[in-house]
Design a protein around this ligand. Structure first.
Ligand code: UDP
Length: 424
């Protein structure tokens, strides 16, 4: 157990929209939810009392979910108890701050350490620091300065987001970048001030890699001789699913028992449902209906089987600060072909654990597919090297112990000074 003086260490993980207790793979539920939940549970195993705060987005959700003895999700009131798109959430953050304070008063607890996730939670953390003594660590998960470079319509909230991200970098005790590439973007695009440590994301190395390809295929009913290309993730245009489909279409092996599996949930009428329909239209236009399947959201019971069953996993995102899917596939002994961007340049070692290709370049992805699918022994070699890299660098327990060490160090440093931040 970690004790500082006589007090057990307690940390508030604040993730205003990435509910750690929710089903993953649906609209706006992805890597951040997984990260907070896994880090929270791993820190608790290492002796921390972990309270994970998020916004209640459904009246039927319990306000508290106990994950283990020392780890729980606490849902705070902030705006209507309904799904609100991220770009419209900021107006409810002052209420989130009030609810957080009410929770502290009602439960006679005052947090002295918070690790916030995504810019709006960073804002919440900075507001809380005006009201109480609080050490703040922050993870961006996505940087506005990077995101706005790649989208056509800049939302109204952009100015506030960029100002908050800068204030957070310059005033938090620590910023945690999940890859050296993300750190470099912070420095070049956000501010040259502020303290940044690099601690990567992790994955469950016991679950992923627990089954071999042949067994996984048997369980999923996939023929042993089929060539299986897998995508896993949200239906979001920036995930580049279109590139995966076009790459399969361009592959010289497309008519040779090739299967593309596009895993991930979507809701009709919501933005992810619209992207799914767009992808289905491209599949039809390219005549790939027989080749492509959409198994929906992959969960606890089958996600590890799909990764293990695949010959290759595609991560064709336009940008990723980290990209959990790549290390999940690698942990499952499956090589990855990823876009040559962001954290994927850190996790995937080209020609060793997989390949990197320019984003949106379906011909380059197709060429990579051809090389790996045509050579099963190279595929296996890449898969083994990927597994080894994940075991060495990206286990949740390893990530949590690096975070725990940093929390402890920050707690011992001189108290934080109060600073002014952007107002809601
Ligand atoms: N995921 C899942 N089931 C699905 C689709 C995605 O569990 O059907 C998980 C996936 O395994 C990964 C996360 O959602 O852990 C996506 O994280 P990533 O960092 O790759 O992308 P993000 O969603 O954060 O953009």
């Amino acid at each position: 157990m970690f004790f500082l003086g006589q007090k057990q260490l307690r940390v508030a993980l604040i993730s205003e929209h990435g509910d750690p207790a929710i089903e993953i793979g649906k609209e706006e539920a992805g890597g951040q939810n997984v990260y907070v939940r896994q880090v929270g549970e791993a820190l608790a195993r290492q002796g921390w009392q972990v309270d994970m705060f998020t916004r209640q987005s459904d009246a039927n959700q319990p306000t508290i979910v106990q994950h283990s003895r020392q780890c729980r999700t606490i849902r705070l009131a902030a705006g209507p108890k309904a799904f609100i798109p991220r770009d419209e959430l900021f107006a409810h953050m002052p209420e989130f701050v009030q609810s957080f304070q009410r929770f502290q008063a009602e439960n006679e607890v005052q947090y002295t350490l918070a690790h916030t996730h995504y810019w709006m939670s960073g804002w919440v953390g900075m507001e809380l620091r005006k009201l109480q003594s609080l050490k703040l660590l922050h993870t961006y998960h996505s940087l506005g300065a990077v995101k706005y470079q790649s989208i056509a319509t800049i939302p109204m909230i952009a100015k506030t987001r960029l100002a908050t991200e800068k204030a957070c970098l310059e005033s938090a005790e620590r910023i945690i970048a999940t890859s050296p590439q993300e750190r470099d973007h912070m420095r070049s695009l956000v501010s040259s001030h502020g303290n940044i440590d690099v601690i990567p994301c992790g994955t469950d190395i016991r679950r992923f890699g627990s089954v071999c390809r042949a067994q996984a295929r048997q369980q999923l009913g996939i023929p042993q001789d089929q060539k299986v290309v897998l995508y896993v993730g949200r239906f979001d245009r920036r995930k580049g699913i279109e590139t995966a489909v076009r790459a399969v279409s361009q592959s010289t092996l497309r008519d040779q028992n090739l299967k593309l599996i596009v895993g991930g949930g979507s809701r009709p009428g919501q933005s992810d449902g619209i992207e799914r329909e767009r992808i289905e239209d491209i599949v039809a236009e390219l005549g790939l209906q027989e080749t492509t399947t959409f198994p929906g959201r992959l969960g606890n019971e089958n996600l590890h089987l799909y990764y293990a069953a695949a010959d290759v996993c595609l991560v064709p995102s336009h940008y990723e600060p980290f990209g959990l899917v790549a290390i999940e596939a690698m942990a499952s002994n499956t090589p990855v072909i990823a876009s040559d961007v962001g954290g994927l340049q850190y996790t995937v070692i080209p020609e060793v654990t997989g390949l990197l290709a320019p984003p949106k370049d379906d011909l380059a992805f197709a060429a990579g597919l051809d090389r790996i699918l045509a050579n099963p022994s190279w595929r296996d070699q890449l898969g083994r090297a990927g597994r080894k890299r994940v075991e060495e660098k990206f286990s949740w327990d390893g990530v949590a112990s690096q975070l725990g060490d940093l929390y402890t160090k920050v707690m011992k440093e001189q108290p934080a000074k109060k600073r002014s931040v952007v107002s809601a």
